[in-house]
Design a protein around this ligand. Structure first.
Ligand code: GSH
Length: 217
């Protein structure tokens, strides 16, 4: 059976939402980062990066949240009558899916890491405070961009009418902004979009399984 190694609320959420959406049998394996379990030898042997999430599917050992999502969609979506998660290679939809997954993972997610871990970028406490403030400003610029895109794209989701793993990934990242001065849920087009995603059983079930309580995003 597929195993998803998770720590509540971390980058495991997007693959977790997708496993629920696809209705695949899977087992959740808790690696609690708050207890430093991701640095224990048994876990490092599996995933030398020492990061969450991590997926085992048969012989495949896979890290990187976005890569796990794309892999699950490619391998299972069609068989699970959820082919909207797996647009055909070479189509406009597939290109736009890649565009969003790369933007979200290497731009917004990366900036959020600077926001949450500014001390990794400077030994100096005052500088770390500045790094965090600058990261929050840049995240705000990105949220404004995403909000505008949601407005000009016909349909409810990032790709238009069809839900994709980019939406699940974006919900995860927007949840991480809930403590910011202007969280994602306060942008005019992100607000109904996030509410609609939050109404999906896949998202509610995953949050409940990870023991996450309100505020959810
Ligand atoms: N690019 C990786 C980032 C993974 C990552 O940094 N995960 C965090 C949790 S969100 C983690 O493992 N943090 C523990 C640490 O950095 O010590 C991905 O998207 O999977």
């Amino acid at each position: 059976m597929i195993q998803l190694f998770y720590s509540p609320g971390t980058a495991c959420l997007a693959p977790h939402f997708l496993l629920e959406e696809l209705g695949i049998a899977y087992e959740l394996v808790l690696i609690d980062t708050a207890k430093q379990q991701h640095q224990e030898a048994t876990y490092l042997k599996l995933n030398p990066k020492g990061k969450i999430p991590f997926l085992i599917d048969g012989d495949l050992h896979l890290s990187e949240s976005a890569a796990i999502c794309l892999y699950l969609a490619e391998k299972y979506a069609d068989a699970k009558q959820s082919s909207h998660f797996n647009p055909a290679v070479g189509t406009t939809e597939r290109a736009r899916l890649y565009q969003w997954m790369f933007y979200l993972s290497n731009t917004l997610q990366a900036e959020l890491l600077s926001y949450f871990y500014p001390e990794r970028l400077s030994n100096d406490e005052a500088t770390a405070v500045q790094v965090k403030a600058h990261a929050e400003q840049r995240v705000a610029e990105m949220l404004r961009y995403i909000d505008t895109q949601l407005n000009i794209t016909p349909g409810t989701y990032l790709l238009g009418q069809e839900l994709s793993c980019a939406d699940l990934f974006l919900f995860m990242l927007c949840r991480w902004t809930r403590g910011m001065t202007k969280p994602a849920r306060e942008y005019p087009h992100l607000k109904p979009y996030l509410q609609k995603l939050f109404d999906r059983p896949s998202i509610r079930n995953s949050l409940a399984q990870e023991g996450i309580s309100a505020p959810y995003y």
